[in-house]
Design a protein around this ligand. Sequence first.
Ligand SMILES: Nc1ncnc2c1ncn2[C@@H]1O[C@H](COP(=O)(O)OP(=O)(O)OP(=O)(O)O)[C@@H](O)[C@H]1O
Ligand SMILES: [Mg+2]
Length: 272
Amino acid sequence: MRLQVKDVSFTYGSVPALENITFKASGGEVLGIIGPNGSGKSTLLRCLARVLRPRQGTIFFDGKNLAALRGHEIGRCLGYVPPPGGQAGFPTTVVETVLQGRRPYLTWGVSRRDLEVVSAALGYLGLTPLAERLLGELSSGQQQKVFLARALAQEPEVLLLDEPTATLDIRYQLEVMALIRRLATKEGRTVVAVLHDLNLAGRFADRLLLLHEGRIFAAGKPAAVLTPANLRAVYGVEAVVTEAPWGIQVTPVAPATAAEKEARKEAALARA
Ligand SMILES: Nc1ncnc2c1ncn2[C@@H]1O[C@H](COP(=O)(O)OP(=O)(O)OP(=O)(O)O)[C@@H](O)[C@H]1O
Ligand SMILES: [Mg+2]
């Protein structure tokens, strides 16, 4: 098993953010993490990326305790892309930033292979024409693509992506999700992606973890997790869930409270 998370809890000061999180992810798998604002998705990803240290519990990477891995090993095992925003202003160019992803492999300077990998990563994300531009002078979506390209250039076995499509246009939402899918299916990598877009989650993820107030509320295949009952309980939303040929589709219709009020009104009218 590539990634094993056992009974992980995390607290910011006295605020509990994750409680008793347990799950596994194997090679070739795309695991989507979904849940409302503040439910603990980013905290979980930061624990997996070793940015945060869990208060309790253990994370295993290929059977080894993540906490015991050394710096250069981490770089080859895990690639982490934080959520969009707050990373701009660096005086580096796009190509220099993506080349940073090759750091875990650099020995005596930049090799031909390093350049090939960087060039491919730029190409996948449509960044080749922007290669010499300064990162701080790009739009937020363009910057997000650069950070994704840097993680791709790192060629890690596990990619940890926090809202990778949040700032992308509809074409690149699909391009990035399809790329993630290929990396898992064709190259056997593991992708753990935090997603707010339930349609992308339902279409591209093999399994979903639905977080609610720091705990796993539901886990399993998209059809089992994206149910109207789960969406009502966790997001407080009435939603229509359909199965399209390309995957599960979720249409949020109304906040549950309003919908419930409406249902009660209609029931009262029907009785009158
Ligand atoms: N640096 C911090 N200090 C204190 N509390 C924090 C910090 N970061 C997050 N929290 C709290 O931890 C909980 C989980 O936050 P987290 O960022 O993991 O949520 P999330 O699911 O990623 O939400 P979003 O969808 O808004 O990104 C929230 O209650 C949040 O207020
Ligand atoms: Mg978050």
